[in-house]
Every structure is written in structure tokens, then in C-alpha cells.
Write a protein that binds this ligand. Structure first.
Ligand code: HEC
Length: 137
């Protein structure tokens, strides 16, 4: 018997896509955080290796299916998604955004990018500390 089961990652992406389309929030154009969100200060000590390691672990659990192991937006589920594709965390575009902007976007999501408000604030900041560490490589 041949198995037609697709990898779970593709199923997750398809579900996210279906939700986004069904709810009519499929997003187009530039994604902007509100002006006041840009100024939210990162309360963590960014270069703390413990936080970077925690962020890496959280990314492996929650983000790499879409964003890829190195954060380049090339996770296994990315191929199944229509544009806008999962962001390349190492790109100059993401590097140019403030921590507050990233925090707001990670919290709220858009289209296929899920909202991560259910993760405690300190975990969302650790994810940003990890993303920043990838940009330095
Ligand atoms: C189901 C796929 C998926 C998962 C899982 C996912 N993302 Fe995304 N992410 C996306 C997509 C798609 C975009 C582009 C959204 C857009 O531009 O409208 C994106 C964009 C982003 C951006 C860029 C925002 C900007 O400035 O344009 C960041 C940062 C980000 N994601 C972080 C995360 C983090 C952190 C996690 C895990 C906690 C995560 N993502 C999990 C699909 C995903």
C-alpha cells in the first residue's frame, strides 16, 4: 500500500492558509506596525547567550517550519504558501526594523503568519534576541 500522507508541516501551512483566506484577512502590500509600537523598548539584554539560546529553542518549536532552520524564510512549509512568503530574518529589511516593530508583528501576525500573543512577553523578546543574533552572522 502506498501512503499518501503529507508531511505535517505542509498540513500546518495549508491550515494557516485556509484560515487566512476564509477570514478574509489575506494581507497584501507592505506590513507596517503602528508608530507607537516601533518605540517599544526591548527590556532584555540582547547579547545574553542564555536568551539567544532560549530564543533558538522557541524558534525550533514554533517558527522553523515556515522560516527555516537558519531563519532565511525557506522552511519546508514555505513552498506551499502564496506570497507574501515567510520573511528572511537575516534580510536587511528585517534588520532595519526596530525590536518594538518586530515584537508587535510577532504578537499580532498577518495572513499565514500566526499571532504569537499566547507566548509570554519574555519569550517573544528572546525570539527577537535570537533573530538579531542571526543577523550578525
Ligand atoms: C505558518 C507559517 C509561519 C510560522 C509558523 C511563523 N511565521 Fe513568521 N511569517 C510568516 C509569513 C507568511 C510572513 C510574512 C507575512 C507578511 O508579510 O504578510 C512572516 C513574517 C514574519 C516576520 C517579519 C515581519 C516583518 O517585519 O515583515 C517575523 C519577524 C516573523 N514572521 C517571526 C516569526 C516568529 C518569531 C515565529 C515563531 C514564533 C514565526 N514567525 C512563525 C509565516 C510564518
Amino acid at each position: 500500500m502506498r501512503s499518501f500522507r503529507k508531511p505535517l508541516t505542509v498540513a500546518v501551512a495549508a491550515a494557516a492558509l485556509a484560515t487566512a483566506v476564509a477570514s478574509g484577512v489575506w494581507a497584501q502590500g507592505e506590513w507596517k506596525a503602528p508608530a507607537d509600537a516601533k518605540n517599544t523598548k526591548n527590556p532584555t539584554k540582547k547579547d545574553d547567550p542564555k536568551l539567544v539560546a532560549e530564543g533558538k529553542k522557541l524558534a525550533e518549536q514554533n517558527c522553523v517550519t515556515c522560516h527555516g532552520n537558519g531563519g532565511k524564510g525557506d522552511g519546508p512549509a514555505a513552498a506551499a504558501l502564496p506570497p507574501p512568503k515567510p520573511a528572511d530574518w537575516t534580510s536587511s529589511k528585517i534588520a532595519a526594523e526596530t525590536d518594538g516593530e518586530l515584537f508587535w508583528k510577532i504578537s499580532n501576525g498577518r495572513g499565514a503568519m500566526p499571532p504569537w500573543k499566547h507566548l509570554p512577553d519574555n519569550q517573544r523578546w528572546a525570539l527577537i534576541d535570537y533573530i538579531r543574533s542571526l543577523q550578525k552572522k
